[in-house]
Design a protein around this ligand. Structure first.
Ligand SMILES: Cc1cc2nc3c(=O)[nH]c(=O)nc-3n(C[C@H](O)[C@H](O)[C@H](O)COP(=O)(O)OP(=O)(O)OC[C@H]3O[C@@H](n4cnc5c(N)ncnc54)[C@H](O)[C@@H]3O)c2cc1C
Ligand code: SF4
Length: 468
């Protein structure tokens, strides 16, 4: 009687449901497969992060006495697909039981149906797809703010009995400041690639030369210990200013006071509960103000959980809507970063260099432009899915389709997040270095965001910036 226990690349958590009742004689199966590395041309740092973190996680499990069968990407017997690898492993071990934790993505759940596995819930989240569906039932509008309040009550985070601490649920009105000229955000911690990461970097350089993004310098943590270090650094050095400057953008600094932990969270090196607890503790100690801590916890307890709930509630039809009938192809500069619009050049440049851009760059620069220019949702979504180290469909799709592009017709957002150059000018220093002027609406110096905002795509005609 032995069990084959499957662990996927975004399930690198010791407490994972499929690992929980492991007994000697069981085997943990981990697989690097070509179909997962190539279903989109993932940023090369994203591939290195996930593959290196998987290899480290396998070593950690072995160190703790687990038997791990790890199929490497360049193993000559590797068939390149999850389903065929599971079948090969079943033939090797003839297990009496196969268990897996439910996957993050619809695509993989469809595959998993063919594995003959018992599928256990992924309980690393605060809410379950079923509890979200129960919350959504009979509601006309699915607004995050109301879901978030329920999650605060349920989790007990930042609560004083039945009331929110500080007397308010949300401190966002304190949180939209632009960055003062003399602000000096701390340097972010980088993690030098060690032997396993270097080996994976060579593999990725060789196998994926045409994928998006710079491979080096690679500075992501690839272990839980490293991810915890990055979290500690954020809590002590950045969290106190997180709220105030959450929406600010600065040329040459992609990270500002953001946590830069989403890739660790999404692959399981950190859990949402421990992150929120640490932020709450910083507030209790008096090390970070409430507007910052509430704002940060809301991103994880509110937005992240809400996004996941919505994904599972609405898939697969959700991905197919195109409410604004946007049809324009993605301009080439999304791949190269070569455009005279400095805000886009900076946001795309940060993305190429770091496999990262913060929320406002994604929403109000690349997303805002895609919305205003009427870019095809499928093409834009594929771009977001491959360029960021934290991108998995369950979190990328609702953010792009619903929040940035309004392609769901308002399931998520009450109105499109469309803004002119004035917003970008207020929240960044990008416009000073741009050939366009954010206050100008007409003529050769007019900021394209202004032009596009006042002229809906169907009336725009041919545009030299877009239709190349
Ligand atoms: C068009 C678009 C696409 C996006 N695609 C992704 C994606 O593929 N993967 C992803 O993790 N996030 C995505 N986001 C959400 C958000 O931009 C990133 O989570 C955030 O920028 C990650 O950086 P950080 O860790 O420094 O976050 P911080 O600003 O420090 O926030 C803390 C944490 O809150 C969570 N969070 C914040 N906002 C959101 C949100 N809207 N949805 C879900 N979680 C959130 C993240 O886990 C993040 O690590 C997207 C947003 C937009 C507008
Ligand atoms: S002027 Fe317009 S295009 Fe140029 S950086 Fe500002 S917002 Fe972007």
């Amino acid at each position: 009687m032995s069990t084959l226990r499957i662990v996927l690349g975004d399930q690198l958590t010791r407490g994972l449901s499929s690992l929980r009742d492991y007994v000697p004689g069981d085997t943990v199966l981990m697989m690097e497969v070509a179909e997962e590395t190539t279903y989109v041309k993932h940023h090369r740092q994203k591939l290195v992060l996930i593959l290196s973190a998987m290899r480290h996680f396998a070593d950690e499990l072995r160190h703790h006495g687990f038997t791990v069968d790890y199929v490497k990407l360049d193993d000559p017997a590797n068939t390149g697909s999850f389903t065929a690898e599971v079948q090969r492993a079943i033939a090797r071990y003839t297990p009496s039981r196969v268990v897996a934790t439910e996957p993050g993505e619809w695509r993989v759940r469809e595959m998993m149906k063919g594995w003959g596995a018992e599928i256990l819930p992924d309980d690393r989240f605060f809410a379950t797809p079923a509890s979200f569906a129960a919350w959504a039932r009979d509601r006309r509008q699915l607004r995050m703010e109301f879901f978030y309040r329920d999650m605060r009550r349920l989790s007990g985070l930042l609560m004083d009995g039945d009331a929110p601490v500080g007397g308010q649920w949300n401190f966002d009105h304190d949180n939209r400041k632009s960055l003062p000229k003399d602000a000096n955000p701390p340097r972010r911690q980088r993690f030098e690639p060690e032997a396993i990461t270097r080996e994976v970097m060579e593999l990725v350089a060789m196998r994926f030369p045409d994928h998006f993004g710079a491979l080096e310098p690679f500075g992501w943590a690839v272990t839980r210990a490293g991810a915890l270090e990055a979290l500690d650094h954020f809590i002590s050095a950045c969290l106190p200013n997180f709220g105030d400057y959450q929406d600010a953008m600065k040329q040459g600094n992609a990270f500002l006071y953001h946590s830069v932990i989403s890739p660790y969270l999404n692959i399981g090196l950190l859990t949402p509960r421990e992150i929120c607890d640490r932020a709450q503790e910083a507030w209790s100690r008096g090390d970070a103000p409430l507007n910052a801590v509430e704002g940060f916890i809301r991103q994880i307890l509110g937005w992240r959980e809400y996004i996941r709930g919505l994904y599972w509630l609405k898939m697969p039809d959700y991905a197919e809507t195109n409410f604004l009938e946007a049809r324009r192809p993605l301009p080439d500069f999304y791949w190269t970063g070569r455009t005279e619009m400095n805000c886009l050049a900076q946001a795309i440049g940060d993305t190429q260099r770091h496999a990262y851009a913060h929320h406002i760059q994604r929403l109000m620069v690349t997303g805002n432009f895609a919305l205003l220019a009427g870019l095809d949702p499928k093409e834009v979504e594929q771009w977001y899915l491959l360029v960021y180290a934290d991108a998995f469909e369950w979190v990328e799709l609702p953010n792009t389709h619903g929040m940035a592009l309004f392609a769901d017709g308002g399931v998520m957002a009450s109105k499109p997040y469309a803004a002119s150059g004035a917003y970008i000018d207020r929240m960044s220093d990008y416009c000073a270095g741009c050939r366009f002027k954010p206050g100008v609406k007409l003529g050769p110096k007019a900021c394209p965001f202004n032009y596009l905002l006042w002229m809906p795509p169907r009336l725009q005609g041919k545009n030299e910036l877009l239709d190349m």
